[in-house]
Design a protein around this ligand. Structure first.
Ligand SMILES: Nc1ncnc2c1ncn2[C@@H]1O[C@H](COP(=O)(O)OP(=O)(O)OP(=O)(O)O)[C@@H](O)[C@H]1O
Length: 310
């Protein structure tokens, strides 16, 4: 089975609420794909449709080319974490996993492997009802891994994690993707996905706003903005503007240069012997990129709203 998720023009309404409005994207193997959008954007509904828990009104959602419902032994094809609270509070973590494993013909040996993988060795015999949300997330991931599936679908796995837990989860997801799995991870905080997701699908109001590699997204938002410190700012500005840059003064000895990459700025200043003490390329954070994208989506919606009100 090829490890992919393909969502194609999925539409879904709940009464008068349009939850999914032509949702389409593909999740490729070997990388973490972030699935990001504000509350109510349709992330959970999309995941539920992929997993056959909600029926789409139209469109298709396929795992390895097949609808979830047609998969025999689904745990071997796809692992999911949807609601970390969904467990029997009086059962120990290990018993919870044993119960799931037996239902799919998997061994107790496999249960002990995923307990170790998810870092639950110390607490596996404790009742899951007393677990913190972070521990429940780990237990949910352990359950998702039971069948060693090539596809993972995780709804808000960073929820409730402390900073150490977030770092652990990022590294763990990276490892799982590095093993060739397709890993789809939802979050309403783009920053959680920094250094983890290679690709992001940004959604709003039930449809895709952007579907792009993280590197491209950051490059687009960062532009070619460079901060320059020089004791000869006017001379620097003259040289750089002559080469096509736009230059703005920040303070007495600091300039912001746009339109030229940092290396070119350094070369030009060197060629014309303009002194400088710092040249720093601006690198946007994923959060900035996300804010930019969703801001334009909000503006777009505001405009269309006005148009339809006319
Ligand atoms: N079972 C349901 N009944 C009625 N409306 C629903 C149901 N499930 C989702 N919705 C609505 O569909 C829309 C999309 O919700 P969904 O939970 O998929 O968004 P989300 O992006 O996962 O949001 P969050 O980050 O808050 O989990 C929302 O307007 C939500 O209120």
């Amino acid at each position: 089975m090829r490890a992919t998720i393909e969502v194609n023009d999925v539409r879904k309404r709940f009464g008068s609420t349009v939850a999914l409005d032509g949702m389409s994207f593909t999740v490729e193997p070997g990388q973490v794909t972030g699935f990001v959008g504000p509350n109510g954007a349709g992330k959970s509904t999309t995941m539920r449709v992929i997993l056959g828990l909600d029926a789409a009104d139209s469109g298709s959602a396929l795992i390895g080319g097949r609808p979830y419902r047609s998969l025999r032994s689904p745990l071997l094809h796809v692992g999911a974490l949807l609601d970390a609270g969904a467990l029997q509070p009086r059962r120990s973590a290990r018993n919870h996993l044993l119960w799931l494993a037996h239902s799919q013909g998997l061994t107790a040996g496999r249960v002990d492997e995923v307990i170790e993988q998810a870092g639950l060795g110390q607490v596996a015999r404790r009742k899951a009802g007393g677990f913190s949300l972070g521990m429940r997330q780990r237990l949910g991931i352990a359950a998702a891994l039971l069948g060693d599936p090539p596809v993972l679908i995780l709804d808000e796995p960073f929820n409730g994690l402390d900073p150490d837990g977030i770092v652990w989860m990022r590294e763990f997801l990276g490892e799982l993707a590095g093993q060739g799995r397709a890993v789809l991870v939802s979050s309403h905080l783009m920053s959680e996905l920094q250094d983890t997701a290679a690709h992001v699908v940004v959604v709003g109001r039930g449809r895709v706003i952007a579907d792009t590699s993280v590197a491209r997204l950051l490059a687009e938002v960062s532009g070619d903005r460079v901060t320059l410190r020089s004791t000869a700012p006017q001379e620097a500005a003259r040289v750089l503007e002559h080469a096509g840059a736009t230059v703005a003064a920040v303070d007495r000895d600091t300039l912001t240069v746009s339109g030229l990459p940092a290396e070119r700025v350094v070369t030009l200043l060197g060629r014309y012997a303009v002194p400088f003490s710092e040249v720093t390329a601006h690198r946007a954070t994923l959060e900035e990129a996300y804010m930019n994208l969703t801001r334009s989506a909000v503006e777009y919606r505001a405009t269309t709203g006005q148009e339809s009100a006319r």
